[in-house]
Design a protein. Structure first.
Ligand SMILES: *Cc1c(COP(=O)(O)O)cnc(C)c1O
Length: 422
């Protein structure tokens, strides 16, 4: 559920009309809804009511400081994948004892920074990383709490580029090697083994892959216990999908997801850590763009818009679909034209929608790409020397620019001219 809706035929975010924001900041821009972020955190938290749990929002989905502050105010922890994200979480006021550090390539500098911050724990992804962490922690005279990311080798049945739990993916430690690595970890200086971690992929729309992976984690936990490991938490990762196609692909409700967790793992007495990104942020944001031209050709009707792949790369990178809503509502009976929504970037891969049956869109008309709050602004680039676009956060009847559009001067002056030109 989200809080973008038509009121008197005009698209609103909560109580603020989208044309009002467009007038204030220009297009294109991202617009986020506080009420939607809040609702998603609350629904997930309620689903796990009665079970000891910590929601660690996956910062990489949307790392704007205002978004992180919104999460922190709701009491969530954070899952970070770089020193930069750790710094962002700390800057937003998240206490270190609610921060988990994940990722296959943490450098020693990043480890040292996180150990000095005394974060809740590291999710370790290889033997080499484990040894480096042990060296860094003991060098600092400190201890790093760890979970090892176990790759359960299950098919998450999602897009290949966001599947992470199969044996051919780079993530985690193969199930067959994980026990030995836990035994090794227990004997390393500077390492305190506290948990188990898994994360099998993103945009997962069925419960079965989760059920299979959780069942494997159960077996694994029991084996660790027999071997004398003292495990207190199970980090079940993120990955729950969102409805990108209106009401046509409804993913499992958090209540159903929580039931699978309880059915498979509920009796073990473990604390559950979760790392949701997309299910918190995706439907809490839209990308608003303006039509520049229409270009009907023999084979296609192109609608050329001012947003492009550098602003939202999901369609190009993941074959992702975003529903398009005209900001001024059209009657349901309006004639539809199958069209491609393309940006100004010089790439054939620059499209935000393909073969979408939509009302004929007119130049200067505003349109919204729905469900763009996760993996949208965070993946933007300045390719074609296009400026990073503004991010706006709505809260009830207020809105604030939480990241202004960059300027051409800022962008160009990042480059430096070597001395031999002067
Ligand atoms: C990306 C990622 C997440 C978040 O995934 P979502 O599908 O956005 O919920 C959680 N944990 C890890 C380790 C990740 O890499």
């Amino acid at each position: 559920m989200h809080h973008f809706h038509y009121t008197d035929g005009i698209l609103h975010a909560e109580s603020v009309s989208i044309p009002t924001i467009a007038e204030a900041v220009g297009t294109p821009f991202y617009c986020y809804s506080t009420a939607t972020f809040t609702r998603h955190v609350e629904v997930l938290s309620q689903a796990f009511d009665g079970s000891d749990h910590l929601i660690c929002y996956a910062v990489k989905a949307n790392s704007n400081q205002a978004v992180l502050k919104t999460m922190a105010a709701l009491g969530t922890g954070m899952d970070v994948v770089s020193e930069g994200e750790l710094r962002r979480a700390r800057a937003a006021g998240v206490p270190p004892n609610k921060i988990i550090f994940a990722g296959v390539g943490k450098t020693r500098d990043e480890m040292a920074y996180a150990i000095n911050e005394d974060i809740l724990g590291f999710n370790v992804e290889s033997a080499a990383e484990l040894n480096a962490l042990s060296e860094v922690a003991s060098g600092l005279g400190k201890t790093a709490r760890i979970a090892i990311r176990v790759n359960p080798d299950v098919d998450a049945k999602t897009h290949a580029k966001i599947s992470t739990g199969k044996s051919e993916n780079k993530f985690g430690v193969p199930y067959s090697q994980a026990l030995a690595l836990y035994d090794e970890a227990a004997n390393l200086p500077g390492i305190d083994v506290t948990g188990i971690h898994m994360h099998i992929g993103s945009q997962i729309t069925e419960l079965e892959p989760f059920r299979l992976a959780f069942a494997r984690m159960r077996e694994f936990y029991q084996e660790l216990r027999t071997r004398g490991h003292n495990i207190s938490h199970l980090d079940i990762g993120g990955g729950l999908g969102v409805p990108y196609r209106g009401t046509n692909d409804i993913p499992p409700h958090p209540d159903e997801y929580a039931k699978v967790v309880r059915d498979t793992l509920g009796d073990l007495g473990l604390k559950f850590v979760m790392e949701p990104g997309r299910m918190i942020a995706a439907n809490a944001g839209i990308l608003v763009s303006s039509v520049i031209y229409t270009k009907p050709t023999e084979n296609k009707h192109f609608t050329i818009i001012d947003a492009a792949m550098n602003d939202l790369i999901r369609p190009t990178l993941y074959d992702a679909h975003h529903d398009v809503w005209p900001v001024i509502e059209r009657p349901k009976s309006a004639d539809r034209v199958v069209q491609d929504l393309v940006g100004p970037v010089c790439e054939s891969g620059d499209y935000l929608g393909q073969n979408q049956p939509l009302p004929l869109l007119e130049p200067d008309e505003l349109i919204a790409f729905m469900s763009a709050g996760a993996y949208g602004a965070v993946m933007a680039s300045t390719y074609n020397t296009r400026l990073l676009i503004p991010e706006v956060l709505v809260n009830g009847d207020q809105f604030a620019v939480v990241r202004p559009r960059t300027t051409y001067d800022e962008l160009i002056s990042l480059d430096k001219i070597p001395p031999w030109f002067t």
